[in-house]
Write a protein that binds this ligand. Structure first.
Ligand SMILES: Nc1ncnc2c1ncn2[C@@H]1O[C@H](COP(=O)(O)OP(=O)(O)O)[C@@H](O)[C@H]1O
Ligand SMILES: [Mg+2]
Length: 231
């Protein structure tokens, strides 16, 4: 479904665990939309300030600001991505989620990560906030493990985005360089041969997120017009 460029997107990336690629996902979705000419701002809501540290190492073509500076910095952005911290605080999550069109839950294909995602998703469901799971760090030689995680998540009626983000050392290289994975180079300055599979995976996820948000806002406005508020 084509999406008008004037559509505004507010996305929060969060989870209850560290190391599940929240920051990596925030940076890469921002890089994808930025490469399509969108004005993007990443809001770093993690006290560790890892998104800001990532950006400081290189020269990413979008703003990354601490949450305290978000009000002014996001004034002209049409895509705002909040990189949340690993948290179980219901109140904190409620506030982060309230400012988003969609909460994205990166999950690694391991039992504990899946369990924590199910817990978090049930909270978001109660809050009536659109959310979706993204399988990350998937070893392509062990696709079956990812498939099992997907089935486990589906059993809880969770929306799991199609495709997975592959486990690639190119992501680590990109983080060290402060660049997107599409620019990752090895120690000798040669382009990482597998970098583009990581980049395409995030391109496909960005497209799906746009469709999901558009569909959700269409459904919501349809419901509102079917059941107009009576004064
Ligand atoms: N798809 C991936 N493949 C390999 N390494 C990854 C991938 N995504 C993230 N990483 C690495 O995993 C580590 C944790 O990622 P990060 O985004 O900082 O997690 P979080 O923000 O959830 O704590 C980082 O070193 C990052 O470079
Ligand atoms: Mg992080």
């Amino acid at each position: 479904m084509p999406i008008a460029s004037s559509v505004f997107l507010f996305i929060t990336v969060c989870g209850q665990k560290g190391g599940v690629a929240k920051t990596c996902t925030s940076i890469h979705l921002a890089s994808v939309w930025s490469s399509k000419g969108r004005d993007v701002c990443v809001v770093d809501a993690d006290r560790n300030r890892s998104a800001i540290a990532y950006g400081t190492r290189g020269n990413l073509p979008f703003n990354i600001v601490p949450v305290e500076a978000a009000a002014k910095a996001t004034r002209f952005a049409d895509v705002v991505i909040t990189d949340g911290q690993a948290s179980t605080e219901e109140e904190e999550l409620k506030h982060l989620a309230a400012g988003s069109d969609l909460v994205l839950l990166p999950t690694v294909p391991k039992a504990r990560s899946v369990e924590l995602t199910v817990e978090l998703a049930s909270l978001l469901k109660d809050l009536n906030i659109l959310h979706a799971v993204l399988l990350v760090k998937v070893d392509i030689r062990q696709k079956r493990v990812a498939e099992e995680a997907r089935q486990a998540l589906n059993k809880f009626d969770l929306k799991v985005l199609d495709g997975e983000i592959p486990l690639l050392s190119a992501f680590d290289k990109a983080e060290n360089q402060g660049s997107a994975v599409s620019q990752a180079v090895d120690d000798k300055g040669r382009s990482d041969p597998r970098r583009m599979s990581g980049w395409s995976a995030y391109c496909s996820i960005a497209k799906q997120i746009q469709c999901l948000i558009s569909k959700h806002s269409l459904d919501t406005s349809k419901t509102n017009s079917e059941f107009p508020l009576v004064a």
